[in-house]
Design a protein around this ligand. Structure first.
Ligand code: IPD
Ligand code: CA
Ligand code: CA
Length: 259
């Protein structure tokens, strides 16, 4: 954990410098951006983590396939919230999740702009800057502040886009409100620390959620797919919550879920 956090702080420093600098922005898709800092942070972490944890397969957004899995894997999102990073909205973070045999064992999410370092180790709780965090106890969906995100596939106006719109129609009136922060890793950490009462999104990739899932679970929350079954990294829809409003949230999402 010490070595990982040390590496994350250094990676965060690259992000922080980039945030203040002029960026070269390329398009991976119609609206999916990448900058030289995404690549620099990933290269730095891959080199550093390979040195410290040679037995793990390193799976990073900018250099690996989303379908890649390994029994001992470290999933790296060098900058989660790249659109925020480009527009200088301070919700962007480095996210690293360590998984063994399909189970998250360590998760670290570091937002150097707001100076928020979240980390969790299986069985040992979830922490923000050294202080233990826990989920809210709101059980009423109507009083729940949720967060969500919109997949890059929205531009195709296909199944994902319809799911986003239908879900919003079905859910929004029955919540306190819904936020769209722009970083799934931070969304999950904000469920863990009790800022949000829940979070849902479709079409996320393993590196978006590998760390945040453990944060939510270790903070006393629950993470599932849209049917309420334990979330696997191949699931299309993720639902995270404080646990108490989970069934109500899943019920609203289930009718529009995909198999
Ligand atoms: C994105 C963010 C965003 C979510 C997108 C992700 P990126 O990751 O987590 O909140 O809505 O689906 O792809 O591209 O900034 O690493
Ligand atoms: Ca991401
Ligand atoms: Ca990213």
């Amino acid at each position: 954990m010490e070595k990982l956090i040390e590496s994350m702080l250094e990676a965060g420093e690259i992000l922080r410098k980039g945030y203040e600098s002029v960026k070269e922005v390329r398009h991976k898709g119609t609206v999916d951006l990448v900058t030289q800092y995404d690549v620099m942070v990933e290269e730095f972490l891959k080199e550093r983590l390979f040195r410290h944890f040679p037995e793990y397969t390193l799976i990073g957004e900018e250099s690996s396939k989303e379908s890649e899995r390994a029994s001992k894997a470290i999933y790296i999102d060098p900058i989660d919230g790249t659109t925020n990073f480009v527009h200088k909205i301070p919700f962007c973070a480095v996210s690293v999740g360590v998984w063994e045999d399909g189970v998250p064992v360590v998760g670290v999410v570091y937002n150097p702009i707001l100076n928020e370092l979240f980390y969790a180790k299986r069985g040992e709780g979830a922490f923000l800057n050294g202080k233990k965090v826990c989920v809210t106890d709101t059980s009423d969906l109507q009083q729940s502040l949720l967060s969500t995100g919109f997949p890059y596939t929205k531009v195709e106006m296909g199944e994902d886009f319809r799911w986003v719109i239908e879900t919003m129609k079905n859910l929004l009136p029955f919540t306190q409100d819904i936020r769209r922060l722009g970083s799934a890793a931070i969304d999950l950490c904000y469920v863990a620390r009790g800022t949000f009462d829940g979070f849902y999104e479709c079409n996320l990739k393993p590196w978006d959620v590998a760390a945040g899932i453990l944060l939510v679970e270790e903070a006393g929350g629950r993470v599932s797919n849209h049917k309420g079954d334990p979330y696997s990294l191949s699931d299309h829809i993720i639902v995270a919550s404080n646990g108490k409003n989970h069934d109500a949230l899943v019920e609203k999402l289930a009718s529009y879920g995909e198999d």
